[in-house]
Design a protein around this ligand. Structure first.
Ligand code: ADP
Ligand code: MG
Length: 319
């Protein structure tokens, strides 16, 4: 694997449990956001900054790209940024499902590119957070001949429209669909599970990203099971990060609530009672936008982190 990058590329933020202070900050901010969510119509004012185009990719399928795009995208929107999500998984479109927006896909990027509708008509604004929008590339599982040039045009249109973050949900594999999806990206989040097949694909993808000029790459380790790591049945997050030599953005635990939230079309990070995976996604999103939050350590968890989250958020709030 990419041994040459080894520990030199280790994250600037130490792999350590979130301190009580940071947890407090996170929870206080959530309660503030919950209040502003109720008041939001066109969404909060976005901080001015250069737009960031980030592809969420993995090589291997089924490791959590779409789940991570939906949850990190939603979290970043809740932090006040204008966020556009592009579903570039043309054959297996399902980002709309995870966001509960599936019945609202009328126009897609193809109609925008063909001049049949305006970008605004193809952007599906989330009703909960109006500063989050989804752009689907295809409808009805049809395959279209999108090119990397088309993808660059779409990203440029979204930047022109004032979006601060554009997340591209990448298809599995490393063929033309992958190359198209990464074309406009300046940054990447590589999602992997702590399994050797997934790590090998992630390593391959890391090399391809670099070869294609995407140098700003971060790692998200998904479906982590502390119980298995303890028994030496699963690689630790640190092991995975060191194998790949890519800085760590976050680690997300295995959590059955992911499936429930997928079925409901409600990203985990919207739950008032956060589960540990919800906290972990928020933590990753905050780190992505440059907050100085330490990484939540899933392996020697401040077990009371979840307890504290529950207590803090349960007062008077249902579900
Ligand atoms: P991809 O987009 O990489 O194909 P998905 O985001 O669609 O992957 O996830 C694949 C499956 O794994 C889905 O059924 C999803 O609910 C499940 N999944 C993803 N992350 C987790 C997690 N942290 N815990 C439990 N299930 C998960
Ligand atoms: Mg997917």
């Amino acid at each position: 694997m990419r041994a040459e990058q080894g520990s030199a590329a280790a994250p600037a933020v130490p792999f350590a449990a979130a301190s009580a202070l940071e947890a407090d900050t996170l929870f206080a901010e959530r309660s503030r956001l919950a209040v502003s969510a109720a008041a939001a119509d066109d969404g909060p004012e976005a901080p001015a900054a250069e737009a960031r185009v980030i592809v969420v990719t993995s090589g291997k399928g089924g490791v959590g790209k779409t789940t991570s795009t939906a949850n990190i995208g939603m979290s970043v929107a809740r932090l006040g940024y204008r966020v556009a999500l592009i579903d570039a998984d043309i054959g297996l479109r399902n980002l709309d499902l995870l966001l509960g927006l599936e019945n609202r896909v009328m126009y897609t990027a193809m109609e925008v590119l063909d001049g049949e509708c305006r970008l605004e008509q193809a952007l599906i604004r989330d009703k909960r957070w109006r500063n989050l929008a989804l752009l689907a590339i295809s409808k009805n599982r049809q395959r279209y001949n999108i090119t990397s040039g088309n993808m660059e045009t779409l990203a440029a249109l979204l930047i022109e429209k004032g979006f601060n973050f554009i997340f591209i949900d990448c298809p599995a594999g490393i063929d033309i669909g992958f190359l198209n999806a990464i074309a406009p990206a300046r940054e990447a989040i590589i999602v992997t599970t702590p399994e050797i097949t997934s790590i090998r694909d992630a390593d391959r993808v890391a090399g391809l990203l670099e070869a294609n000029g995407v140098f700003n790459v971060k790692l998200l380790v998904n479906r982590v099971r502390a119980d298995m790591i303890k028994k030496n049945d699963m690689m630790s997050v640190k092991d995975v990060q060191e194998m790949l030599g890519v800085p760590l953005l976050g680690a997300i635990p295995e959590d059955t609530n992911v499936i429930i939230s997928t079925n409901r079309g409600e990203p985990l990070v919207l739950k008032k009672k956060l589960t540990l995976a919800g906290i972990a996604y928020e933590n990753a999103a905050r780190r992505l936008v440059g907050r100085k939050d330490a990484l939540i350590d899933l392996e020697s968890p401040s077990l009371n982190l979840l307890e504290r989250a529950k207590q803090f958020l349960s007062g008077g709030q249902s579900e």
